[in-house]
Write a protein that binds this ligand. Sequence first.
Ligand SMILES: Nc1ncnc2c1ncn2[C@@H]1O[C@H](COP(=O)(O)OP(=O)(O)OP(=O)(O)O)[C@@H](O)[C@H]1O
Length: 571
Amino acid sequence: MENLHSQICQPVANRLRLSMWLATLAQGLKLVIWIQIIVSAQYLNGFPFASIGGLFFLTVLYYTCKIKAHDQSHYAAFALEQILRQELADKMAKLPLGKVREIGSGALAKVLFDDVRELHAFVADAPPLRAEAYSTPVFVLVALFWLDWHLALSVFVFVALLFVILQRLLSRSQLSRREYAAAMAQVNSTIVEYVQGMSAIRTFDAGQSSYGRFTQALARFNAVMFDWIAKVGFPTRFARTLFTPMPIMLFLILIGTYFHRLEWISTFTLFAFLVLAAGLIETMHPYMSLFQLLEKSRAAIERINEIKTMEILTALLPSEKPKNYRIAFNNVSFRYDGQSQTVINRQNFVIPEGSFTAVIGSSGSGKTTLINLLLRFWDVTEGEITLGGVNIKRIEQAELMSLCSVVFQDNFLFSCSIAENIAYGLDNVNDAQIIEAAKQARIHDFIMTLADGYQTKVGERGQLLSGGQKQRITIARAFLQNRPILILDEPTAFSDAKNETDLMQAFHQLMKNKTVIMIAHRLSSIRRADQILYLERGNIIARGSHEELMTTSGDYQKLWAEYRRAQQWTM
Ligand SMILES: Nc1ncnc2c1ncn2[C@@H]1O[C@H](COP(=O)(O)OP(=O)(O)OP(=O)(O)O)[C@@H](O)[C@H]1O
C-alpha cells in the first residue's frame, strides 16, 4: 500500500491486516477447491464421493473467510470514517476562525463528508481486492509450476509481458489530478456562488455574469474530462481486450498442443492449464479496480491531510487567567496569510476596564481585523494583545470566549427555536430569564406576536427573521450571558426608524458596566464614547474623546463636517 494510504489508515491498520489475511486465505482455498475439481475430472468414470465431504468443507471455509474479510474491511471503513470526522472536527475547532472562514463552509463540508466517504469506499473494498490481485496470481502460478514447469514458465513470461503493458497503459491513463481537482473545485464554488448569491444575481445581472462563470467552469471541467478520455480511451479498451481469457487461451492452445505433441505434457495437464490460466487472467481485473480506487482516494486523502496539517492556534504555556478586563494592544501588526501588506501597523493603545471605546474609519481601514485579533480569530503577526496584563495567547480559548459577548451586524442563528437561540451555549437558564433578556433587548413584544411565541423555529440560519430581529435576539443572548467584555458591530441600516431606535436603546442598556468596543458606523453614536479610535489604513490617526478630537484632530473635524452636511441634505 502506498505511504499516503497506509498513513491515513493507521488507526485501523490491524483490522485491515486481518481482512487482508482472511481474503488471502480465501483466495488460497478457492484455488485448492479448483484444483480438487480439476483433479476429480480425471476420475469421471468413478467420481470419488469420499472427497465431496472435503470439498464441501473447503467451500464453507472459503465463504466464511471471504465474508469475514469483507466484514473486517467494512468495520474498519466505518471506524476510520468516524475517527477522521472526529479528528477533522476537532482540528477545525482549533484552527484560527479566520482561516475557517477563508476556506469556506462549503469546502470544509466537502472534506468532512465527500472526501471521508470516498476514503470509506477505498478502505472497505481495497483489502479483498488487493488479496485477489496479488495473491491469486502467485497461487495459480505455483499450481501451474507444480503441474508442468515448461508450460508454466511460458505462461509466466506471457502474463508478465501483459502485466508490463497493463502498468504502462494504466500509468498513461492517470488523470492529471491537480487539473481535475482544480476544475472540479471551480465548478463547486461557482455553483455555491450562483445559489447563495441568487438574490443579488437576480437584482443586478439577471444571472448573466454569475451563470456565465458557472458555465465557463463547467466547460473547463468538460475539456479536462474530454482530454482525459481522448488520452485514455484507446489504452483502456486495449487493456480490457488483452485481459480477457481469449488471448491466453489462444497462446496456450498453440504452445500447449506443441508441447503435447512433444509428449512433455498430458491432455489432462493441458486441460488444467486452460482452466487455471483463464482464472489467472481474470485476476488482473481486481488489479485494475484497485488501481482506480487508489487513484480516486488519493485526491481525497490529500485534501484531508491538508486540513490535518494546518497550523492551529497555539496556546502559550503556562496558561493564565486575566486579573482584570483592561485590554492593551502593544506594538501590534497583522498581515493576512499570503499577503505582503500589513493591514494593522505597529499599533499601541489601551482600552481601560469598564470604558466605552468606539472604532471608526473608512471601509477597509482594519476595524473588523482589530476585533478579530482581540477574539483570536487570527493571531497577531507581531507584538501582543493583553487582557488584564496577560497575553491573550496564554488565556485558554474557552476562557477568553467566556469573557466576551459579541454582536455582529450579520448574526448567525441556529435552526432551532427563538428560546433556544437566546440561551445558546448557556447552562441552567430558565424561561423567566430568557423572557427578561428578550424584554431588555426590546424583542419580547415581537416574539409574543408569533403564534408559537418563544418556541417559534427561526429556520436555517434564522432566515425567517429580519436583520434587526436577528440582531436583537443576539443582543438578548448577550444580556443573558452578561459577560464583562462586549464587542459590538453597530448596524448600518435597518428598515424603519422604530426598529433602529429600539436597537440603539437595547445596545445602550447592554453596554452598562462593561468594557465595550464598538465598531461605529454612525457618528451620532460615538459622542458618548470615552475614547474614539480613528483608524485609517491600519494606523490610528486620531485618538481621544469626541470633545478632545473636535479640538485636536483636523481629520475628525472634517468627518463631522461631512456628516452634518449629509444630515442637512437628507432633511
Ligand atoms: N481574509 C482576508 N484575507 C485577506 N485580506 C483581508 C481579509 N479580510 C480583510 N482583508 C483586508 O484587510 C483590510 C481591512 O479589512 P477589515 O475588514 O478589517 O476592514 P473594515 O475597516 O472592517 O472594513 P468595513 O468597514 O468595510 O467592514 C482590507 O483591505 C481588506 O481587504
